[in-house]
Design a protein. Structure first.
Length: 188
């Protein structure tokens, strides 16, 4: 199923967005809309890494707790986290308690803080040229040459937990690509 029209709404949406109101709101208000700002992009990068191996709804439900636990995803603050913060985060039942992902987020904050350009500028420099929207969800790739190149560059610079699939999910979420199905009502 690639599209669904919700009762009483009259709007056609991408099929993945209809499982809950939280998904629908995320789809309608955020996903695929161009996002800018170093801290905002850092938050999305971290959340996409935490999502790896889990469903996105899990991350959406825990997002307020993640924001609290990671000090609003302000790069300069997260970059100062130490072992006590790792222990605190590992004991926080309201977030995903995965040591590798927690440590990757902190490492990524340090790398982002020390970049020679802004994180936003770096990430967006890999945005592909606009292309037609996919006809169905089956036409949406999981990886692209651009996401592979982005992941390679991020790893070269010292970022962790940012493979090509995670990089592509980040590109989708932040509007670097428009993977809403062709007849979806959302127009970024």
């Amino acid at each position: 199923m690639s599209k669904v029209e919700l009762p009483g709404d009259g709007r056609v949406r991408c099929g993945w967005s209809t499982g809950s109101e939280l998904y629908r709101n995320y789809h309608d208000e955020e996903w695929g809309r161009p996002l800018h700002g170093d801290d905002a992009m850092f938050e999305r990068m971290c959340l996409e890494a935490f999502q790896s191996g889990l469903s996105w709804i899990t991350i959406l439900r825990k997002r307020p707790a993640f924001r609290s636990a990671f000090d609003g995803f302000v790069i300069a603050r997260v970059a100062e986290f130490g072992e006590a913060d790792v222990a605190r985060l590992l004991n926080d039942p309201d977030i995903v308690r995965n040591r590798a992902k927690i440590e990757a987020c902190i490492t990524n904050a340090k790398v982002a803080r020390d970049l020679d350009i802004g994180l936003d500028e770096l990430l967006w420099s890999f945005a592909p040229a606009a292309r037609p929207r996919p006809a169905t969800l089956a036409d949406v790739p999981a990886v692209t040459p651009e996401s592979t190149a982005l992941a390679k560059e991020l790893k070269r610079r010292g970022f962790k937990f940012v493979g090509p699939t995670t990089a592509y999910a980040l590109m989708q979420a932040t509007g670097m690509v428009d993977d809403h199905v062709a007849d979806c009502w959302v127009r970024p």
